[in-house]
Design a protein around this ligand. Structure first.
Ligand code: MF3
Ligand code: CO
Length: 291
């Protein structure tokens, strides 16, 4: 249960102000929602100014990695080379690749091509081909703060069908962002994303979604992009989470590589696309932290 402080206590947010002059009214709103049965974030999920500064600094590296990959990526390149770019860029800037060693993940970045949905493992043996679409999903730690974003890249001449999948998936991010509205529910946002994908004839992966992020790699809430309206956690200013729908051209069914236990594929072998943005809920809407 979310708890009020005493009115003259110093506020929990670290502002140094008295509670009554700082987050008291804010907390009343959260408690009211909670009493009406809506899931609300714990205080721990609400980022302080210091947290937000830290996440933004981490995101500078995160974005630099994807920019660097974007400037170099081309047909004939191995995904190992992408891994090297991410490792070098991250460590030169003082960061740590969050993926490296995460639950045993062996590389610094995920590279997922065509029918690979996510968690593709970079390798010297995987060479980018003309016509491929690839998701590069990069996560960064700096001073204990996490940033997480991903982009799609089209290699050479990509078919109009695949190009459209990539573009519509990006539109899904825009739709998601537009629906990051403080004091509304995250299920409404996910629902809007899903609607945009199905309107375009696509499906959205159900089992894997987004997540709170910032002070940990993966925090509450888990974020679905096949959610129902009027469900899920209340979006409250100070929350940070990712919007990262995996949009499939065919079935939403997926399976995991039995050999490496990581790479996720579409069951029908049709392409999948994903973009990922890390977003802060603000008083008036949202702020993009990493993209
Ligand atoms: N970056 C992924 C995400 O968006 C997580 C990858 S975990 C890894 O949440 F171990 F596969 F790298
Ligand atoms: Co993520």
């Amino acid at each position: 249960m979310y708890k009020r402080l005493e009115r003259n206590d110093p506020c929990w947010c670290g502002s140094g102000k008295k509670y009554k002059a700082c987050h008291a009214a804010f907390d009343d709103k959260i408690i009211k929602a909670e009493l009406s049965g809506i899931e609300v974030p714990t205080r721990q999920l609400l980022k302080t100014e210091k947290d937000i500064e830290g996440i933004k600094k981490s995101a500078v590296i995160n974005i630099a990695c994807l920019d660097e990959v974007g400037s170099k990526i081309k047909a004939g390149m191995s995904t190992e080379e992408i891994d090297r770019i991410v490792y070098e860029t991250t460590t030169k800037m003082g960061g740590i690749p969050a993926d490296l060693g995460y639950e045993g993940f062996p590389k610094s970045v995920c590279t997922s091509i065509n029918d690979e949905v996510c968690h593709g493992i970079p390798s010297e043996d995987i060479i980018l081909q003309d016509g491929d679409i690839i998701n590069v999903d990069c996560s960064t730690i700096l001073d204990g703060y996490f940033s997480d974003s991903s982009r799609m890249f089209c290699i050479g001449n990509v078919s109009p069908e695949k190009k459209r999948l990539v573009d519509v998936t990006k539109e899904c991010i825009e739709v998601g962002l537009k629906n990051v509205i403080p004091w509304t529910r995250i299920g409404d946002m996910g629902h809007a994303v899903h609607q945009h994908a199905i309107k375009n004839g696509y499906t959205v992966v159900r089992e894997i979604g987004g997540h709170g992020c910032g002070n940990e790699f993966h925090e509450e809430p888990w974020v679905s992009y096949v959610s129902k309206p009027d469900t899920g956690m209340l979006m409250v200013p100070g929350m940070v989470f990712t919007i990262e729908p995996m949009v499939n051209m065919g079935t939403d069914k997926i399976f995991i590589d039995e050999e490496n236990d990581w790479t996720v594929y579409t069951q029908d072998g049709k392409p999948s696309a994903q973009w990922e943005v890390e977003v802060l809920v603000t008083e008036t809407g949202y702020e993009i932290l990493s993209y």
